[in-house]
Design a protein around this ligand. Structure first.
Ligand SMILES: [Zn+2]
Length: 465
């Protein structure tokens, strides 16, 4: 029974019925731009933009969100709908909030859909307590998965008091994970299955699922700005594409491997350090007193990857933010040019997320991260001390994590994904133990021994050996 009918039928009411309905607006009113939306422009908040330009601006904000062709249809249709609805925020500003909230729920739907594809009609659960034998369950939809999880949960509780009850875990490759079918379980699964990657993004995924939970269980009114919603849609597109195996070129969350080019670095005694495309060596310059070095680098001038530590290059340590490779030098400009022309080195692409670093701690000193191949090539004397093997996207993250291990005892994790920072601790101990921990994840490590070449006058990494 509707509210107005209730009012009419119950006793003790005012003689005139009270009926409140929402205002009915004309088509013209529905098509009138929302003045709040018009104040967002490519230049931030400003004077109101003409509606035609605003319509184009809003569509351009999300135009480059493109899903890979093999993404499953359900996720694709949900995403297309959000992308299509987004510019309608021009007519009603609240559309931005609704699209943003919905995008966080679609994240979970994409994980579910990818899960069903991944398990190829069957999931296996194993009892971590070893009470019961493994169980394989046929599943066709995600509802089947949830039903299987629920059924096993009931079995766990039914065991006789004196026997340990089974602890069912989902088998993902060679590992077992706790899995209750909810969002956190799906995230753990996607990482265990190698579908989601990157240590920095692990924290962002956690924040996104907190936001999703806030959307699913709202406690108050909120509003989202168009630029925030556009970013959520970009993030969602990156997540969906990554789930289907496609990292995003230049991506914020799941970046594709970056291109590296041949770069020349030059420095003089006065502390001046320069960096340019290698072809700059051909320019006639009267800069005397410089030493030249050729490297392969992602962050050459004009590239989109800014490296705060570009001038810290060291052939033996991972001191630049993006992986840089020693090629030749140091030497004179003419010798650098002669080598360049003789060898004609080419650029390449390199993946910088989830790298493995080895760090040496000796006599109370923690040294900058090393590539496992370089650490493997050290002399016995250089291997002395305690070593740590850490997976991280950037060397500074690995360094901060290991330094943190010596601080408050529970702040950083000594095994597995660190609860406190974007690092995954793979092992600690002797040089040999740490190298074995690296080989467990990257395969056989071939030792190499680059020359002790570095740009002098370092600020960020003062201690090296
Ligand atoms: Zn940590």
């Amino acid at each position: 029974m509707a509210l107005c009918e209730l009012l009419m039928h119950s006793g003790g009411l005012p003689t005139q019925e009270v009926v409140t309905v929402a205002e009915i607006r004309s088509l013209e009113e529905l098509q009138t731009p929302d003045s709040t939306a018009l104040i967002f422009s490519p230049f931030g908040l400003g004077g109101a933009m003409p509606p035609e330009r605003s319509a184009e601006f809003l569509q351009r904000l999300v135009a480059d969100c493109v899903l890979a062709p093999d993404v499953a249809e359900g996720s694709r249709r949900e995403f297309d709908r959000l992308q299509r609805l987004f510019p309608y925020g021009l007519l009603d500003y609240d559309v931005f909030t609704v699209v943003d909230d919905r995008a966080l729920l679609v994240m979970e739907q994409a994980l579910r859909e990818r899960f069903v594809q991944w398990c190829a009609c069957a999931v296996t659960f194993e009892d971590a307590n070893g009470v019961e034998s493994p169980r394989s369950v046929d599943v066709r939809t995600y509802d089947d998965v949830l039903a299987a999880v629920k059924k096993l949960g009931r079995r766990s509780r039914r065991g006789p008091q004196q026997q340990p009850s089974p602890h069912w875990q989902l088998k993902v490759g060679s590992t077992l994970i706790d899995f209750n079918g909810m969002l956190a379980g799906l995230r753990t699964w996607a990482r265990a299955a190698g579908l989601l990657r990157g240590q920095r993004t692990r924290g962002i995924e956690h924040a996104m699922s907190n936001l999703r939970n806030a959307v699913a269980h709202p406690t108050g009114y909120h509003r989202t700005m168009p630029v925030e919603t556009a970013r959520t849609l970009h993030d969602l597109a990156e997540l969906i594409n990554q789930l289907w195996g496609h990292p995003t070129p230049g991506g914020r969350l799941y970046p594709a491997p970056v291109e590296r080019d041949i770069v020349v670095m030059a420095w003089n005694d006065e502390g001046s350090v320069l960096m340019a495309q290698a072809d700059a060596l051909r320019d006639d310059t009267d800069a005397d007193g410089y030493l030249y070095l050729l490297i392969r680098s992602a962050s050459c001038p004009g590239s989109r990857y800014e490296d705060a530590y570009w001038a810290e290059f060291d052939a033996r340590f991972e001191t630049t933010q993006f992986p840089a490779e020693y090629l030749w030098g140091p030497g004179s400009r003419s010798d650098a040019l002669a080598w360049l022309d003789a060898e004609q080195p080419k650029g390449d692409t390199v993946d910088y997320v989830d790298r493995v670093f080895m760090l040496r701690e000796h006599n109370g000193q923690l040294y900058p991260p090393m590539h496992p191949e370089v650490a493997a090539g050290l002399t016995g004397e250089e291997q002395r001390g305690t070593w740590h093997t850490v997976r991280a996207d950037f060397p500074e993250h690995a360094f901060a994590h290991v330094r943190g291990l010596n601080g408050s005892p529970d702040a950083h994790s000594r095994t597995g994904e660190c609860r406190n920072c974007p690092a995954h601790h793979l092992g600690s101990g002797s040089h040999e133990q740490a190298l074995r921990a690296a080989e467990d994840v990257v395969g056989v490590v071939t030792p190499r021994r680059p020359p002790a070449v570095r740009i002098p006058g370092t600020i960020f990494w003062p201690h090296r050996f």
